[in-house]
Write a protein that binds this ligand. Structure first.
Ligand code: PLP
Length: 440
């Protein structure tokens, strides 16, 4: 008989087979329970098996599951665009629906370039970015990503876009302290623009809180205001990659709201479908759409399954669920509860160097000794031990770290479904403590 194989992330590893999920828990076919403390890849924002979403899926499936975007539109797609514009605020009124975060950031990139073309500025094509960042796995998105380990194999095919250091206060690249530093990491953007020339730059892209590459690195208070001011002054668009941070993960629809900054373009994904359907979006401001509307009148991008009615119906149901259960408003309270307990662990275990983040996007960086902050010699090896040990105790954590340089290599993200209760957070801490005790 012919043998077939599923290509899994690690080909030689055995992965548990999950049978079903309920709330913050997943269960495998042997009835082992896993507390999903990372929402998978920061995606299952409202937990597993939510019946309201399943009902919405069924309802839409009975009507129509697919229409092609250049022939028709659909009620769920139109309603979703309206709802997202309402929640995002500012003049972010245009939604381009796609199927993954990588497609969303790449669409954002293309729209930024097109915007300048429509205005007759055809040399503005570069997208500046930061080292220690992740914007997706497709080649355009990877070009924008400052993630050494994921770029390495494909370097010849990539633009070398990432340009400036991240706002990484735990290991300040400038050896300074905020706010006295005057935000050298943001000022660096100004220097980069002067070197490269604003005539060649379409946009600057950043994750409001650095996720997969850094482990929930949240910037100092005035950082984004300064970044936006520099972008505006040099006529460079600001793209916020809110694929991980958007849709309530930090307690607001967009994380940029925390600093009062409205981006020109936003990429959304993950929490948009909360894992129930593949859906993501490039959310575009009136300002950016205006020259395209009065120019070529079409956005040069799209995928067969863009604005799929089934996925749009799921995302609408996710928004309803978030609103009806007041979920976003409760995030900061839950975050404070969890943070306090995680900070305590830091004093118990010397290999926990930093606990940081925003809302329910929390990072934990591992070091050889928290007094010296010395990183482990082989990036990611300790993180993998933590992840595996946690799995044994039925706890799911998400690995983070961009590096092959031993500096940004060892962190995890703790990002449970936003619906998690205090009792479930206690359980999370118990399982994490057991994990740390085993590794101590
Ligand atoms: N942007 C950010 C900030 C992400 O965290 C990710 C995925 O982790 C992506 C983009 C890519 O999203 P996807 O994996 O859905 O293509």
């Amino acid at each position: 008989m012919k043998r077939s194989y599923l290509i899994k992330p690690m080909l030689d590893e055995d992965y548990p087979i999950i049978d079903f999920g309920k709330g913050v828990y997943l269960y495998d076919i042997e009835f082992k329970e896993y507390l999903d403390a990372s929402s998978g890849a920061v995606t299952a924002n409202i937990g597993h098996g939510v019946k309201e979403i399943i009902t919405a899926m069924k309802k839409q499936a009975k009507k129509v599951s697919f229409i092609y975007r250049s022939q028709f539109t659909s009620e769920p797609a139109e309603q979703l665009a309206e709802k997202i514009a309402e929640l995002a605020g500012g003049d972010l009124n245009w939604s381009f629906f796609v199927n993954s975060g990588s497609e969303a950031t790449e669409t954002a990139m293309k729209i930024a370039i097109q915007y300048w073309q429509e205005k007759g500025l055809k040399t503005k094509t570069k997208i500046l970015s930061r080292w220690v960042s992740y914007h997706g796995i497709t080649l355009g998105a990877l070009s924008m990503s400052g993630h050494a380990a994921r770029r390495e194999r494909f370097t010849p095919l990539l633009e070398d876009f990432p340009t400036i250091h991240p706002p990484y206060c735990y290991r300040c690249p400038f050896n300074q302290t905020a706010p006295e530093c005057g935000y050298s990491c943001a000022q660096e953007l100004e220097t980069a623009i002067r070197r490269i020339g604003a005539d060649h730059i379409a946009a600057f892209i950043a994750e409001p809180v650095i996720g997969a590459a850094g482990g929930a690195i949240s910037p100092p208070e005035d950082y984004y205001q300064l970044i936006k001011e520099i972008c505006d002054r040099h006529q460079i668009l600001f793209i916020a990659d809110e694929v991980m941070t958007g849709f309530g993960r930090t307690g607001t629809m967009l994380a940029c709201e925390h600093w009062g900054v409205t981006p020109d373009i936003v990429a959304l994904g993950k929490g948009m479908g909360a894992g129930y359907a593949p859906i993501a979006a490039a959310l575009v401001s009136d300002r950016v759409m205006e020259p395209i509307r009065s120019g070529s009148k079409m956005v040069m991008s799209g995928h067969t399954l863009s604005a799929n009615p089934q996925s749009c119906a799921v995302s609408l149901a996710v928004i309803n669920y978030l609103e009806q259960n007041n979920i976003m408003n409760l995030v900061s309270e839950k975050s404070a509860y969890l943070f306090k307990k995680l900070q305590k662990l830091k004093y118990q275990f010397p290999f926990i160097g930093d606990v940081r983040g925003l809302g329910l996007l929390i990072g934990m960086e591992f070091v050889q000794d928290h007094n010296t902050k010395t990183p482990f010699p082989r990036a990611a090896a300790f993180t993998q031990k933590v992840i595996k040990t946690a799995m044994k105790y039925g706890l799911l954590l998400y690995p983070a770290g961009a590096g092959i340089d031993g500096i940004h290599g060892d962190a995890i993200i703790i990002s449970p479904p936003l619906t998690i209760t205090n009792e479930e957070m206690d359980e999370l801490i118990q399982r994490l403590t057991k994990t740390c005790q085993e590794l101590y």
